[in-house]
Ligand binder design. Structure first.
Ligand SMILES: *[C@@H]1O[C@H](CO)[C@@H](O)[C@H](O)[C@H]1NC(C)=O
Ligand SMILES: *[C@@H]1O[C@H](CO)[C@@H](O)[C@H](O)[C@H]1NC(C)=O
Ligand SMILES: *[C@@H]1O[C@H](CO)[C@@H](O)[C@H](O)[C@H]1NC(C)=O
Length: 148
């Protein structure tokens, strides 16, 4: 399942992003994302650590730049926000990167995708948005309203 997510994520990102994520850079070592864990909760505006397991990545690749994208699982897609990366240009070999949770609608099916010389997608987690005052079950309505 993780491999399927990854393959889709790479297709989605390469279709839209040119340059920073050149196709040749996307050879896959498949590191497990260790944080966020499944069902973790992040609040908008907070600082969070995203980390991954380095054991599957050759050390020769550690200084390659990574990119971290936020997405959510809907319609069998990761819906990665390639225009607003959570982080770019960090060393894959660092094993973690600190990000600020962007002002997004609260949902319980967010994922982060780590791309670079390695790539993988996290378990689903939640972002809460206090000004939203709605639960994830009404997120679809909120999106429909804001799109109207
Ligand atoms: C998912 O599919 C529904 C029905 O076609 C559509 O209304 C919705 O916008 C889609 N969601 C995304 C994220 O594309
Ligand atoms: C994050 O990465 C840095 C650099 O590799 C490391 O020193 C630090 O221990 C890591 N922090 C956590 C919480 O994993
Ligand atoms: C909550 O989400 C809305 C979009 O629905 C966004 O405009 C707003 O900035 C978010 N709230 C916070 C505190 O970021």
């Amino acid at each position: 399942m993780m491999f399927k997510f990854l393959a889709t994520a790479l297709v989605a990102s390469t279709a839209v992003v040119a340059g920073p994520v050149a196709r040749a850079q996307l050879d896959v070592y498949n590191p497990e994302i260790t944080s966020p864990v499944s069902a973790q909760v992040w609040a908008v505006g907070t600082t969070q650590l995203v980390s991954w397991d380095l054991s599957s990545i050759p050390s020769s690749q550690y200084d390659k730049p990574g990119m971290l994208l936020l997405g959510y699982l809907e319609n069998n897609s990761e819906n990665l926000d390639v225009r607003h990366p959570l982080a770019t240009g960090f060393d894959i070999g660092a094993g973690n990167v600190t990000i600020t949770v962007p002002a997004v609608v609260g949902r319980d099916d967010y994922v982060v995708a780590l791309l670079g010389d390695s790539g993988n997608i996290s378990p689903e987690f939640t972002i809460t948005n206090v000004t939203d005052a709605t639960s994830a079950t009404s997120t679809a309505a909120a999106i429909a309203t804001s799109a109207a």
